[in-house]
Design a protein around this ligand. Structure first.
Ligand SMILES: Nc1nc2c([nH]c(=O)n2[C@H]2C[C@H](O)[C@@H](COP(=O)(O)OP(=O)(O)OP(=O)(O)O)O2)c(=O)[nH]1
Length: 145
């Protein structure tokens, strides 16, 4: 019996970003119709939190300190943009009270209530893991400033 090879894994850092209204931020990258959390690949020699800080600055112009990123855990899902790949995502919670704007390769930003988010245009990690987690955090009263 032959075993099928394990799919390649991409390590990313991403965040459930909340505003004071309890909405969470989704982004759509250039050339994609799928919404997901801001963030991106973790470079070699980089820690997850440093990758997050770099990516949120590049994508949203957000200047974040390490203390402002609370680690929530590591989660796996099918990669949205790379067929046949899995992502292993280090996920943080970030609360923002200043405006953010789409930079670099981000085409659209969307603030959504986790309870009312659309499900048909979300990346697998976002749809199956992070939006349900956002609902739990909100219901626990932990997502507000
Ligand atoms: N940022 C982010 N990426 C996600 C999520 N869900 C998901 O499948 N991905 C996938 C999309 C891509 O296949 C991969 C992230 O790659 P990327 O190309 O956006 O990362 P990057 O900004 O570092 O870009 P690059 O170095 O390839 O130019 O992870 C998510 O919620 N957030």
């Amino acid at each position: 019996m032959t075993r099928s090879p394990l799919p390649p894994v991409i390590r990313i850092a991403t965040a459930l970003i909340f505003n004071p209204e309890g909405e969470t931020l989704l982004v759509r990258k250039e050339g994609s119709h799928i919404f997901m959390q801001a963030g991106g690949k973790i470079d070699a020699q980089e820690t997850a939190v440093h990758a997050l800080i770099r990516e949120l600055y590049e994508e949203l112009g957000l200047a974040l300190s390490m203390e402002e990123a609370e680690y929530l855990g590591s989660f796996s899902a099918e990669a949205a943009h790379e067929p046949g790949h899995l992502i292993q995502a280090d996920v943080f919670r970030v609360l923002v009270s200043t405006p953010v704007s789409a930079q670099a390769e981000i085409e659209e930003l969307l603030w959504v209530s986790p309870l009312e988010a659309p499900t048909d245009c979300l990346a697998p990690l976002t749809r199956d893991i992070l939006m349900p987690l956002a609902v739990k955090l909100l219901q626990g009263g932990c997502a507000r400033l």
